[in-house]
Design a binder for this molecule. Structure first.
Ligand code: PLP
Length: 393
């Protein structure tokens, strides 16, 4: 037998990608499966973005580029930060990577030594803990239950901090809950962080543009501009522009950190795909009407799904401020059944008996919940919800 590294034995393949693959396999067997597991928008990439990429191929823009991204794309990202967020960056503060996933991966590799602790509020995006583990770090999970709208409190943050804490991860709006931190909540977390200058902050703003909260989108730098030096802002084009397959994400922060992350990237993937970079530039610098249209559609679906779910006995879900997920609590439904003991079994049963693919909350560090994605048509949503209601009744 081949002996594998200790490192790889600590992690598991992404559970969200696994459920999508399983639904696909069942469909290939001829089963009628509705997928609410997807972590990607169901829309096509907007035409002007595709055109830019086609032109790039025709122009022969098909060679290695600078490891950290082409200057024109980095300039477009800098302009985006200035225009939309009020943040100022120089070229040496931006790193373009192969999706938001690689941005966070680079960060973990560049920052963490074995035993370093990373605070991750749960429910969390499934990949944070595993990427921390791969870097030898220790995920320190703070549970933020539904009663707290899935948001951590300053007291919880203070209690989780130790001398080994290196990083706090904030993801708002959040995958899998759709809830977002308000400015005053971030200011309160910032107050705690000011007392612990050794801690860096990663704010994952991947869902910034899929947002309909009552107050404008904000991240911790809007609430606490003084944390600029130790905050890494992560974002990308995958979700906002329906470009998951193109694989472009980016990070902005302190030049030293960005330089270290770039070194990791230069010895792993090199530059992100040249053609995708041109497409991302067209997305970020171009007309933003497509983003608004997709966001509006997600909001409509959110409202529909929310009302439907909350009408099913034993199910309770919170209104989100963004993303294309909702994270209902099925605890009461689970408790009322002999044949199902937890959210993992509930998800399995829903797939096999009701033909609806969802991801168990445990994958996100929150038992008793399921993540439902509404990145699918209204028609599919109606059918899927009818099936879920029938299955539970
Ligand atoms: N961050 C969050 C919170 C996500 O949900 C995702 C994708 O699921 C990513 C980052 C990574 O996105 P990408 O496809 O650009 O790697």
């Amino acid at each position: 037998d081949i002996t594998l590294s200790n490192r790889v034995q600590k992690i598991k393949p992404s559970p969200t990608l696994a459920i999508t693959a399983r639904a696909k396999a069942l469909r290939a067997e001829g089963k009628d499966i509705i997928g609410l597991g997807a972590g990607e928008p169901d829309f096509d990439t907007p035409e002007h973005i595709k055109e830019a990429a086609i032109q790039a191929i025709r122009d022969g823009f098909t060679k290695y580029t600078a490891v950290d991204g082409i200057p024109s794309l980095k300039e477009a990202i800098i302009a985006k930060f200035s225009r939309e967020n009020g943040f100022q960056y120089e070229l040496n503060q931006i790193l373009v990577s192969v999706g938001g996933k690689q941005s966070f991966y680079n960060l973990a590799q560049a920052l963490l030594n074995p035993g370093d602790e990373v605070i991750i509020p749960a429910p969390y995006w499934v990949s944070y803990p595993d990427m921390v583990l791969l870097a030898g770090g220790i995920p320190v999970v703070i549970a933020a239950p539904q009663e707290q709208a899935f948001k951590i409190t300053p007291e919880q943050l203070e209690a989780a901090i130790t001398p080994l804490t290196r990083l706090l991860v904030i993801n708002s709006p959040s995958n899998p809950t759709g809830t977002a931190y308000r400015n005053d909540e971030l200011a309160a977390l910032g107050e705690v962080l000011r007392r612990h200058p050794q801690i860096l902050i990663a704010t994952d703003d991947m869902y910034e543009h899929i947002y309909w909260g009552e107050t404008p989108f904000c991240n911790i730098l809007n609430a606490c501009p003084d944390l600029y030096e130790r905050t890494l802002v992560l974002n990308g084009v995958s979700k906002a522009y329906s470009m998951t397959g193109w694989r472009i994400g980016y990070a902005a922060g302190a030049p030293t950190l960005i330089k270290a992350m770039k070194a990791i990237q230069s010895q792993s993937t090199s530059n992100p795909t040249s053609i995708s970079q041109v497409a991302a530039q067209a997305a970020i610098a171009g007309e933003q009407a497509c983003v608004k249209a997709m966001c509006q559609e997600f909001k409509n679906r959110h409202d529909f799904v929310l009302e439907y779910l909350n009408g099913i006995p034993g199910v309770q879900t919170l209104a989100g401020s963004g993303t294309f997920y909702t994270f209902p609590n099925f605890q009461a439904a689970i408790a009322s059944r002999e044949d199902i003991k937890d959210d993992v079994e509930l998800a399995e049963n829903m797939l096999n008996a009701a033909g609806v693919a969802v991801v168990p909350g445990s994958a996100f560090g929150a038992r008793g919940h399921l993540r439902l994605s509404f990145a699918t048509s209204m028609e599919n949503l109606e059918q899927a919800l009818e099936r879920i209601a029938a299955f539970l009744s």
